[in-house]
Design a protein around this ligand. Structure first.
Ligand code: UDX
Length: 437
């Protein structure tokens, strides 16, 4: 099929490449010329494992191209909207200006029978509004909402092998003709048994925000337990193992630490609360305010613990922060708890050095005042305290004996509870985890 993908960020670039991999003829469209240039040269404009290789593989087939010209969407049977919906400045609500701009720019290029498929995370009600807009412009078109659940760092495999496909369609009927069109797009996944749910438009929009809110709640739940474990002298990692063995609870997303960040969970729960307020259902989501508050408290807690392990004052303390990305296998620093902690420590008088295998360039754009060091060895040099804040494999594999020879003082705060405390203590380190005795 001929497919256009509008918006070539973390979501769209991966989606375009994966659709081409499935055998479709795909054009990726974005207003950012730099992104288009990189993608046209089969280079991902951000770090995402497996994406560079996939881009090279599919571009060699001639099935994938990129452009900044929206007219290239003309002739595609399916148009995916993959633009961002960031948090509005100074408000909790989502900024829909990119979704609206992309839809308006697409209107003149639509033909009867085309299906516009929204993938961006939007406040419930957006799809119904956009459906009316595109049908007003071209009555024979359809709008579907097909939320995307990919995780950064696993984006290619999540797109090629999703847990489920959700199709939101006006009226929510399996018989809707657009359902067949989307089935043809995802024929490979459907043939391999991926479950598919057809819903009405608002349900499909809500599936995404509900899923992200659940994940955020799960993380904040275990972080609240970490606060209690700290107070009671218990170990949150063992507690998570034990409750996670109950299949109804499950061990995934129960890792206590410095909390969640990134371009999705924090802004999605806030936008969800804002939308619930507009709908007069704000009480239903007041618990998300607590989820957000528990999450933000983690950052303050780490700053306080760092002060404590530094003997009561951060002034002049050389602190090395291992990790800047909001999670490993990503160069994304949007709302990264690691970076926000590093900036707080610096503001309170510490001399902070931040290292990360992939995210330093993005980190420096956001917090230019911090000192960045590409080499882990150089970053460790003469540190008064180490903070492991993003659990990249290379930091998890640090040898405590070898590391001890580089630093000034053998103190480490494990913000992700991923190190073997016994091993580090045996090597002479003062080890602190979060919610661990
Ligand atoms: C999330 C959703 O998982 C994905 O389905 C959705 O499409 C987009 O938002 P992503 O933002 O890529 O994906 O990251 P995710 O793996 O969910 O992690 C989010 C944050 O939670 C990270 O900062 C991570 O470090 C943190 N986290 C995750 C924890 O603190 N503890 C955990 O147990 C799991």
């Amino acid at each position: 099929m001929r497919i256009s993908v509008i918006g070539c960020g973390y979501l769209g670039a991966v989606h375009a490449a994966c659709m081409a991999k499935l055998g479709h003829e795909v054009v990726g469209i974005d207003v950012d010329e730099n992104k288009i240039r990189a993608l046209s040269e089969a280079r991902a404009p951000f770090f995402e494992p497996a994406l560079d290789d996939l881009l090279k593989e599919v571009q060699a087939t001639g099935r994938l191209s990129f452009t900044s010209d929206m007219a290239a969407a003309h002739g595609s049977a399916v148009h995916f909207i993959c633009v961002g919906t960031p948090q509005k400045k100074g408000e909790n609500a989502a900024d829909l200006s990119y979704v609206d701009a992309a839809t308006f720019a697409l209107l003149p290029h639509l033909e009867a029978g085309d299906v516009v498929v929204g993938k961006s995370t939007v406040p419930v009600g957006t799809a119904t509004r956009l459906a009316a807009l595109i049908q007003g412009a071209e009555p024979g078109t359809h709008l579907m909402w097909n939320p995307e659940f990919l995780r950064e760092g696993h984006a290619v495999s999540d797109t090629l092998r999703p847990d489920r496909l959700v199709y939101g369609v006006t009226g929510g009927s399996e018989e809707h003709e657009a359902v067949q069109t989307l089935d043809a797009v995802y024929a490979t996944q459907l043939d391999s048994g991926t479950p598919r749910l057809v819903t009405d438009l608002p349900t499909a929009e809500l599936v995404k925000t509900a899923a992200n809110s659940f994940l955020a709640t799960k993380i904040s739940f275990i972080n609240a337990m970490a606060e209690l474990c700290d107070a009671a002298g218990a170990d949150v990692t063992l507690l998570a193992d034990a409750i996670g063995m109950d299949e109804r609870i499950g061990r995934k997303f129960l890792n206590a630490g410095i909390g969640f960040g990134g371009g999705c969970l924090p802004k999605d729960i806030r936008a969800f609360m804002a939308r619930a307020g507009e709908l007069g259902a704000d009480q239903a989501l007041t618990f998300l305010r607590e989820v957000d508050a528990i999450n933000m408290r983690r950052r303050t807690r780490v700053v306080e613990l760092t002060r404590e392990i530094c003997g009561g004052s951060l002034l002049g303390q050389r602190i090395t922060v291992l990790g800047a990305a909001f999670k490993p296998e990503s160069d994304d620093v949007r709302d990264s708890p690691a970076l926000s902690i590093a900036a707080q420590l610096q503001l309170q008088g510490a001399v902070v050095t931040v290292t990360d295998p992939e995210a330093l360039q993005n980190a420096a754009l956001r917090f230019p005042e911090l000192h960045y060091e590409k080499s882990t060895d150089a970053a460790l040099n003469r540190a008064d305290a180490l903070l492991l804040l993003t659990e990249w494999r290379e930091y998890q594999c640090l040898d405590p004996y070898e590391t001890a020879t580089r630093v000034s003082r053998t103190k480490i705060l494990d913000g992700r509870n991923v190190l073997d405390a016994t091993k580090w203590r045996a090597a002479g380190w003062m080890y602190r985890g979060l919610g661990r005795p």
